[in-house]
Write a protein that binds this ligand. Structure first.
Ligand code: XIL
Length: 400
């Protein structure tokens, strides 16, 4: 069970993420490391920090300065890699094991690209398919990064999870500040979904149609879409996406819904209601951005199962585990435990179709920029050395 403190902390952080991303951490980090980071709020990033539309952030412009983790020694009980030469995608068997992928590192960092192509059987564009980066000015589409990720995935026989069609963050300013009427915003949203889903029709395994629409207390998030369009926009978004690509699996995706808590109850009720209305929803995405300072939700398996019991697929969509930095051996062991438990939860649920990590190397993680003092959240360190977390994932997969 996530402690309520955990939810509060996560939610407060996410609620104020735009501020965090725009100002203090990025700048503080940049100053500390001697990099010139332009505030992510610049350009057409819109109401939230939108690195892909602006010029900073883990996945836009130059790679973020890597946060170097001091060297550490692995405890004897947690070897850096499990006794396997198999890749994660092989170990995952009938499920997929994916990663978020970001530009420009996919094109500039050969090691990153090589590992992304060999270890994983699914990719999720970390930013390239979000509305802000994609359509910074009305009618002006920037398809290059999204197209490149799609091409990469196809070349490596990987599934693609499209992320994301409707999200209150990383919206272009022309949408968030447009002052549109209900009729106008309905048209704009429909066009956006039809255009993006249509472009990649037949190529996308699953779309995160709506992202983070539930508030911490389980009510609907009072964002621009709810305010302007009312609750019906969610069903509309799924129907429009389905019309544009009937093959794609359509997901609702959120954070802090790993265990059973007021927020995941709200998500459950919403999804149940959508299903009963015949809305074309296929799956529930559990982001799984964990903080190892907070208790692991031991009811995660039960939570995944209750969604599956509604007749839906479930997936772990953005797994990472942030720990206190600099990382100690003890912190790394805790991180490994969270990774292992998450994989085990998915494997325990037949309809948990796969897992995606939100990046695989600490070199490019979004975490240090967003959560000051925390980081080292990925399977490999900033030099691509395997961490205990990798061994834990390998072991969990192999033991299944
Ligand atoms: C993050 C990206 O990793 C960052 O590069 C970007 O600056 C902000 O967004 N939930 C989501 C993801 O659904 O899209 C977010 O990705 C992380 C939280």
């Amino acid at each position: 069970m996530i402690s309520s403190g955990g939810i509060d902390r996560e939610d407060k952080t996410i609620e104020s993420l735009a501020g965090h991303r725009r100002f203090a951490p990025g700048r503080a980090l940049a100053l500390a490391l001697g990099f010139a980071v332009v505030a992510a709020a610049c350009g057409s990033g819109g109401s939230t920090a939108s690195p892909a539309a602006g010029s900073s952030g883990p996945s836009a412009g130059t790679p973020v300065p890597s946060v170097s983790v001091p060297s550490f020694s692995f405890p004897a009980s947690a070897p850096p890699t499990a006794n396997t030469s198999e890749t994660l995608r092989e170990l995952a068997g009938s499920r997929y094991f994916g990663t978020a992928l970001a530009m420009p590192q996919l094109q500039t960092d050969a090691k990153y690209a090589q590992m992304a192509g060999t270890e994983f059987s699914s990719v999720t564009p970390e930013n390239a398919m979000k509305w802000g980066p994609l359509e910074p000015s009305r009618g002006q589409y920037e398809w290059a990064d999204a197209d490149a990720i799609v091409a990469f995935a196809q070349a490596h026989d990987q599934k693609i999870r499209g992320h994301t069609l409707v999200w209150y963050q990383q919206l272009p300013r022309w949408v968030s500040d447009g002052g549109f009427t209900k009729a106008q915003l309905t048209d704009i949203l429909q066009q956006h979904i039809a255009t993006e889903v249509g472009r990649y029709a037949g190529k996308i395994y699953a779309w995160d149609v709506v992202n983070e629409v539930i508030a911490a207390d389980g009510s609907m998030r009072d964002d621009i879409f709810l305010k302007t369009l009312g609750i019906g926009y969610i069903a509309d978004a799924f129907r429009w996406a389905h019309a544009a690509d009937p093959q794609a699996k359509l997901y609702i995706n959120d954070y802090d819904v790993e265990g059973i808590n007021p927020k995941s109850d709200g998500l459950y009720n919403l999804v149940k209601s959508l299903k009963s209305q015949g809305v074309p929803i296929d799956g529930v995405g559990i982001q799984a951005h964990f903080d190892a300072n907070l208790a692991f939700p031991t009811d995660m398996t039960a939570n995944l199962q209750r969604f599956a019991d509604l007749g839906l697929d479930v997936a772990i969509t953005e797994l990472d585990v942030r720990i206190n930095t600099p990382a100690t051996t003890a912190e790394l062991a805790k991180e490994a435990d969270y990774y292992g438990q998450t994989v085990a939860s998915c494997l325990a649920v037949t309809r948990c179709v796969g897992l995606t990590v939100w990046g695989f190397t600490d070199k490019y993680s979004w975490v240090p920029m967003t959560f000051p003092g925390l980081g080292a959240a990925d399977l490999y360190d900033a030099s691509y050395a395997p961490k205990p977390a990798l061994a834990a994932v390998q072991e969990a997969l192999a033991g299944h």
